[in-house]
Design a protein around this ligand. Structure first.
Ligand SMILES: [Zn+2]
Length: 644
């Protein structure tokens, strides 16, 4: 057996009086592009990533020398220092089948060499600080930097895992109803766990999962010592710009900013009595020292590293995993409320983008799950708290070990213009996505979105890089929700909800379901799984050929000039002539009908209308495996019903 020397932890006695930043200690460590800074425990080395995780840089703070630790496989953002001074980082590789495999590495600053400590595996792989070492934790295999690595914590979805010094795992759920736990950390004395529950806030629990502190809305927390915590404010999804770094005490008595208010400080990290953080957009790394005693770590020696298999992995096969982010949450200012067509200002239906985004997201989850995917979601309800900060969303996605990130929205132009087309945005320049695979995903999803014959499209579908699409936001700023995302991913602006007929369609849950179904066809194509699902879909609208909508501003297009038929009855018969299902169009002026999950064959579709549901039209529809069959139908004002 390896001889193991334990890390000795000494905590200085706490002094009395006011606490805060040591005067004159503030300094800049990196001028720009230093995101996710990590200081070595001795304060001599700084790890950071310039932009978009594409490289991992190491700065010797004594000499000023900067070294590239790695620049392939998106090694940035989640690297850490071990107590041994070595750097532990993860790289990712997307295979031809769309699955992402992640590899664990250890870099030794004194030799300048990296070695693989964990071979490529599917799902989540992360470097975790354990009490006396580092664990590179994967779902199939994990690596421990030394024999007596001590206790550590990590999260998966809405569960918190505590692995004790003997390797036994305890599963805890200290806060119910959260979208997932993030940033779990064991206190220096090993008696408490700090974590954030997305949409709920920052908490401390004991080793049995009992809450001992509820600290409020803070993100990316670190223990400073056993009594103090450093974290950034959760200023809300759209207001992360105004973020600030805070010093909090577990007893709730201290709550004090340690960065100045206008700095836009994010991504705090603690080493000794030093706190480093970065400035949003510029990436300037700043350091302050606090005037209270820190937890001091002294590593005497370490045993040998070892890779082991996970005894009971959650899934046996490497199936594609999708992280879905239904945009917004709650009917707040960043949501987009539009009155409906018919009743205008008297509208009581209240279309909200957050509603249709969630309907689509839940539908996509169900469809993909039925198709054999693993799925995680950033929200399942629609409250103000569900509108997560971008750091929460991006961390939940990373924590899920997903192969793609998929954000669901609809678009708007404002009041004057009326246009309608599907748009995919990925991070990067047009045709040059930051994360490989994002363009392929966007184009596959857009292809099926554009085929939707229920919508009237005024323009061709587009797949664009967000840096090219929003030049006015600044150089390489782009969409917040994609900013720190390392997964191949996209944001779908499925259609324009302020094109009035489109908004009426989005009020129909079956229309939202159809958008999700078409997204699943694009996702199937991306993962090369188009042939694996056996059923298909019939969808269409019913419109009057000779009743027209008022079009005062001349902004209605093609078939959308025609009024839709409310209360039409659709009857679907299978090829043996048996009634399969019925669907009645709603009263919200969209004429939408959708039949889901149909075995491929030739169907007969009947259109009935009127107080007695008289039969008007019969058509044949051929359903194909994993495809949408479109059939738009019309009625004439003076059309006579067929004889029954
Ligand atoms: Zn939106």
């Amino acid at each position: 057996m390896q001889k193991v020397f334990l890390t000795i932890l000494c905590l200085w006695a706490l002094g009395a009086g006011a606490v805060g930043v040591k005067s004159g200690s503030a300094m800049t460590l990196v001028d720009s592009c230093g995101f996710f800074p990590q200081l070595s425990l001795d304060g001599q080395w700084l790890l950071y990533s310039p932009t978009d995780a594409k490289s991992l840089m190491l700065k010797n703070l004594s000499t000023g020398q900067v070294t590239t630790v790695a620049n392939t496989g998106y090694p940035g953002f989640d690297a850490i220092f071990g107590a041994d001074g070595k750097v532990y980082y993860i790289t990712q590789q997307r295979k031809g089948n769309g699955l992402v495999y992640r590899t664990g590495h250890c870099y030794n600053p004194s030799t300048g060499k990296s070695q693989v400590v964990l071979k490529p595996q599917h799902g989540r792989v992360e470097a975790l600080q354990a009490a006396t070492g580092v664990v590179v934790n994967g779902e199939r295999q994990y690596y421990r930097s030394n024999d007596g690595v001590g206790a550590y914590v990590y999260t998966r979805g809405s569960l918190l895992y505590l692995v004790d010094e003997y390797g036994a795992t305890r599963t805890m759920e200290p806060v119910k109803g959260s979208n997932g736990y993030l940033w779990a950390k064991l206190s220096p004395d090993g008696t408490k766990v700090l974590f954030e529950a997305a949409a709920k806030g920052l908490y401390v629990c004991d080793l049995d999962g009992r809450l001992v502190a509820d600290l409020g809305q803070y993100l990316m927390p670190c223990w400073y010592n056993n009594d103090y915590i450093v974290a950034m404010s959760n200023a809300g999804n759209t207001r992360t710009n105004g973020s600030c770094i805070w010093l909090l005490s577990v007893d709730g008595r201290t709550c004090k900013p340690i960065s100045s208010n206008n700095e836009r400080a994010v991504q705090p990290m603690v080493a000794g009595n030093k706190v480093v953080y970065t400035i949003q957009y510029s990436g300037e790394v700043r350091q302050v020292e606090l005037d209270i005693p820190a937890a001091m770590w002294q590593t005497v020696a370490l045993g040998k590293g070892k890779t082991e298999k996970v005894k009971n992995p959650a899934s046996k096969k490497d199936v594609p995993r999708v992280f879905i982010n239904p945009g917004h949450g709650g009917h707040d200012s960043d949501d987009r409320h539009v009155p409906t067509w018919v009743i205008g200002a008297q509208d009581t239906l209240h279309y909200y983008e957050s509603n249709s985004n969630l309907t689509k997201g839940l539908a996509l989850e169900e469809i993909l799950t039925n198709k054999g995917y693993e799925v995680a979601l950033s929200r399942r309800t629609n409250t103000t708290e569900d509108d997560l900060d971008l750091f929460e969303i991006v961390s939940l996605a990373a924590n899920s070990g997903a192969d793609i990130f998929f954000s669901i929205h609809s678009n708007a132009t404002g009041i004057v213009k009326r246009i309608n087309f599907p748009l995919a945005l990925y991070r990067g320049w047009d045709y040059k996505p930051v994360v490989e695979g994002s363009l392929k995903l966007s184009e596959a999803v857009m292809k099926y979105a554009a085929q939707n014959e229920l919508a009237v499209w005024t323009h061709k579908e587009r797949s664009r890089g967000d840096w090219s699409f929003y030049p006015e936001w600044g150089y390489q700023v782009g969409l917040g929700v994609l900013r720190y995302n390392k997964l191949p991913g996209m944001l779908s602006e499925g259609s324009f909800h302020d094109y009035l007929p489109e908004r009426e369609r989005l009020l129909n849950d079956s229309y939202c379901w159809l958008e999700a179904w078409n997204q699943s066809l694009g996702i199937d194509e991306y993962f090369g799984r188009s042939k694996q699902f056996k059923n298909g879909v019939i969808a269409g609208t019913v419109r009057w050929t000779d009743l027209f909508r008022e079009d005062e501003d001349g902004r209605l297009f093609d078939a959308d000039r025609q009024r839709t038929v409310n209360g039409a009855l659709l009857r679907l018969y299978n090829e043996r002539g048996a009634l399969n299902r019925i669907f009645r169009t709603d009263d919200l002026d969209n004429g939408v009908f959708v039949f889901t999950n149909l075995p491929p064959q030739k169907y007969k579709l009947e259109l009935l209308y009127g107080a007695e549901d008289n039969l008007y039209t019969t058509v044949k529809v051929n359903v194909k495996k994993n495809k949408t069959s479109y059939k738009n139908l019309t009625l004439k004002k003076d059309q006579k019903p067929k004889k029954k």
